[in-house]
Design a protein around this ligand. Structure first.
Ligand code: HEM
Length: 178
């Protein structure tokens, strides 16, 4: 997890450096909006998970959540490097880092769970279930694992805090940059 966090921070600093080098630091302001947009889009996973629509596999949407929020986080970090204009922005950035760290931990828990249910996969295919049915059944099974439930108690409130702080930060920017 630490190595991934380090990679994310190094990529963000490098992008920030390149933008400054070409005197394009102003772009950072808009990267904040774009990063937020990508993270918001990544929540299509939550809608798919609750079966509000049925097309596409939940696994694909989870991957989308992971990658879009990672890219979104990098863009927001570049944005954060440009202008720290108060405690709210700092808090939102810390929450973002905690959010990403907890997300990466959750991903590795799921991967380990997936290895465990590989055995179940073989059993189900021997019972004659189709590949699609097995994938759906095993994916939903894996995320009900007790350890995942405990992990959600951390990831979801952090996400909520991050969302609230980001909204407050955006509102304060609109109020104070008149
Ligand atoms: C700003 C960044 C992020 C936010 C705000 C966020 C938010 C959330 C939320 C609210 C959920 C619950 C979904 C639901 O039950 O409807 C969730 C689930 C999850 N997230 Fe994130 N997340 C972020 C980043 C990440 C990252 C970077 C990863 C992994 C690389 C990740 C991996 C996961 C996983 C594995 C789940 C569990 C899926 C499940 O239990 O259904 N998240 N995330």
């Amino acid at each position: 997890m630490l190595i991934w966090m380090l990679i994310i921070i190094i990529i963000s600093i490098s992008i920030d450096f390149v933008l400054h080098f070409f005197q394009l630091a102003w772009i950072g302001r808009y990267l904040g909006y774009f990063g937020t947009f990508l993270i918001a889009i990544s929540f299509v996973y939550s809608i798919r998970k609750r079966e509000l629509f049925k097309s596409g596999s939940p696994k694909t949407f989870l991957m989308l959540h992971e990658y879009l929020s990672l890219v979104g986080a990098v863009l927001i970090l570049v944005h954060a490097g440009i202008h720290y204009n108060g405690h709210l922005a700092w808090l939102a950035t810390i929450m973002l880092l905690l959010n990403v760290a907890s997300g990466i931990i959750g991903k590795s828990i799921l991967r380990n769970a997936a290895e465990t249910i590989e055995i179940k996969n073989i059993e189900l295919s021997e019972k004659g279930l189709s590949v699609d049915e097995i994938e759906k059944k095993l994916f939903l099974d894996s995320i009900t694992f007790e350890i995942m439930q405990k992990w959600r108690i951390i990831h979801i409130p952090i996400s909520l805090m991050f969302t609230i702080l980001s909204i407050l930060h955006i509102i304060s920017v609109f109020i104070f940059t008149k």
